[in-house]
Design a binder for this molecule. Structure first.
Ligand code: UDP
Ligand code: MG
Length: 312
């Protein structure tokens, strides 16, 4: 059977959201009068979501479960969704219903007008802490400024992509992934549709601060050399200061001034330079660690159970 829409939802401990997610997606997609499938990627849930997914898939064959062997992370779960999707258009949606399924039809409308990537831009966010809002807003703006690809601001993973785009993305096997950036990087005809991001229907966020930080680091290192350039900049800056400072201090000393004498001056400059050097090493380490991960070439994810009707 030819499938028009593949809806991908990554699931990590979302047991209380699953029935409602299924209900709303079904309602919306049935109204589209086109064929669709719902790919539920279980990212190593431990709260019984896995069993719930199996149960739903038993009842309705439009649900295709992909069950991971452990938690591989949201971005990897999305990738598995791309790999198993069979539709002409592929939609990524959060399982907590913060992205209202009804918006899928608006995305689809733009797709029918000929756009190949239709991303959903958050005009408002409900039910999130000010900390999340501020850090998210900063994150999108910093990424926009320092990356070479123009990644739309205030835009999450909620988007529709044409089959052509997904086929290209499937060839991009990078490990530390930032799907939003990847889908901007590929080009094609892109457009945004604004929507109001709702509050979570149940459960708590699966993105604590350390995961947000990791996502931000992956986004930056995947799409920019900016941190490395900052290290170079500080290198030149301190070398430049030294070139001017050395003759000035020498002349002052010859002239009999005692202004720059003492351990404090030495200590401060040693600590400053030591700090800059260690930070630069750390930045280098971030890139080298990622290179090492790529070199190992391990599979991106391990599937315990794939949908039965799959040819992957
Ligand atoms: N998620 C996942 N693996 C993880 C963390 C999150 O598959 O390791 C899923 C989660 O179940 C949800 C989506 O990613 O469907 C977005 O996560 P969440 O709602 O917790 O993030 P937030 O909206 O708070 O940024
Ligand atoms: Mg959420």
């Amino acid at each position: 059977m030819k499938i028009t829409y593949s809806i991908i939802a990554p699931i990590y401990n979302e047991i209380d959201n699953l029935p409602e997610l299924y209900r709303r997606v079904k309602e919306v997609m049935d109204a589209s009068n086109e064929t669709w499938e719902l790919i539920l990627v279980d990212d190593g849930s431990t709260d019984g979501s896995t069993e719930k997914i199996r149960e739903l898939a038993q009842q309705d064959k439009t649900i295709r479960p992909v069950i991971f062997a452990r938690n591989f992370g949201h971005m990897v779960a999305i990738t598995a969704g791309w790999d198993y999707a069979r539709g002409d258009a592929v939609v990524i949606i959060d399982a907590d219903l913060q992205d209202p399924p009804e918006v899928i039809l608006e995305l689809a409308k733009k797709w029918k007008e000929g756009y190949e990537v239709v991303y959903a831009v958050r005009s408002e966010r409900e039910g999130e802490t000010w900390f999340k809002k501020v850090t998210a807003s900063l994150f999108y703006r910093i990424i926009y400024k320092i990356t070479d690809v123009k990644i739309p601001v205030d835009t999450g993973d909620f988007r529709l992509m044409d089959r052509k785009v997904v086929n290209v993305l499937k060839q991009m096997k990078e490990r530390h992934r930032f799907p939003r950036g990847m889908s901007a990087w590929v080009g094609f005809k892109q457009i945004g549709v604004t929507y109001k991001r709702a509050a979570r229907t149940a459960g708590v966020t699966k993105y604590p601060f350390n995961k947000m930080l990791r996502l931000a680091l992956n986004a930056i290192t995947s799409f920019s050399y900016f941190p490395l350039q900052v290290a170079t900049f500080f290198g030149f800056l301190s070398a430049g200061v030294a070139i001017f400072a050395i003759p000035i201090v020498a002349i002052l000393r010859i002239a009999g001034s005692h202004f720059f004498e003492g351990q404090t001056t030495t200590l401060i400059s040693v600590l400053f330079l030591g700090g800059v050097q260690l930070i630069s090493l750390g930045i280098l380490g971030e890139y080298i660690g990622r290179l090492y991960d790529e070199a190992k070439g391990r599979p991106l994810y391990i599937v315990r159970e794939a949908p039965e009707d799959t040819d992957n």
